[in-house]
Design a protein around this ligand. Structure first.
Ligand SMILES: C[S@@+](CC[C@H](N)C(=O)[O-])C[C@H]1O[C@@H](n2cnc3c(N)ncnc32)[C@H](O)[C@@H]1O
Length: 216
């Protein structure tokens, strides 16, 4: 067992985070007792952040006090692990599908640091009153114009804060070579963000790229 990032353990079972809400599961993950604390397995086939860690991610901007804006929370799989890490922080989560939000509300009710927002990530002014300045903007919306959506949300991010963008090539253009789609999306970020890492998470999610950067 070793700690790959603060709060993230790795053993032969894979990645683990310490459960903020002991005794509860979010997506059928395993619960393990380690030295008297409960940990949850973190599945890289269900969470692109876990797949990025497994694929060699070097920077990991989540600590106890981190404030996160999470765009595209779905039912809360990845959010729940960030919530395990940002124990004294906030994870403000935007999701526009009412069906996903219904399940996500059960997850967020149990987690004091999670703020669910039913909204469209393309319209940040609608939820600005519920989101302060954040340290990280994490986006996984599987839509066209993915980098453009992230740029619209950059006013929430402090200077020097991190962006993490999951790009799904096929949601942008099924006819183009994924590498060309990834390049074009990175070019949209380039005027605002110093891109520090580009992780190919294709071993877990076909035609996906995971981009990390820092706001200038
Ligand atoms: C791939 S899923 C997210 C999975 C989730 N990030 C996880 O790892 O647990 C993409 C989600 O983004 C949501 N979404 C897509 N476009 C959106 C938008 N413009 N605003 C808010 N949510 C959006 C979808 O409804 C869907 O739930």
């Amino acid at each position: 067992m070793n700690e790959v990032f603060p709060g993230v353990l790795r053993d032969e079972a894979g990645l683990l985070t310490k459960n903020l809400v002991p005794g509860t599961r979010v997506y059928g993950e395993k619960l393990l007792d380690i030295d008297g604390s409960e940990y949850r397995t973190w599945n890289p086939y269900r969470s692109k952040l876990a797949s990025a860690v497994m694929s060699g991610l070097a920077s990991f901007p989540f600590g106890r006090d981190t404030r996160v804006l999470y765009l595209g929370s779905a039912t809360g799989t990845t959010v729940s692990h960030i919530s395990d890490l940002a124990v004294d922080g906030v994870v403000a989560c935007v999701e526009f599908a009412p069906r996903s939000m219904r399940d996500f509300l059960a997850v967020s009710r149990a987690r004091r640091n999670v703020v669910p927002i039913l909204g469209d990530a393309k319209a940040p002014l609608d939820y600005a009153p519920f989101v302060g300045t954040v340290d990280v903007v994490y986006q996984d919306v599987a839509q066209s114009e993915q980098a453009d959506i992230l740029v619209r949300n950059l006013p929430f991010l402090r200077k020097g804060g991190h962006v993490m963008l999951c790009i799904k090539a096929r949601s942008i253009d099924v006819t183009k070579d994924p590498e060309e789609v990834f390049r074009r999306e990175r070019a949209v970020l380039a005027p605002f963000i110093d891109i520090t890492e580009v992780i190919d998470i294709g071993a877990y999610e076909k035609d996906h790229s995971f981009v990390v950067g820092v706001k200038r």
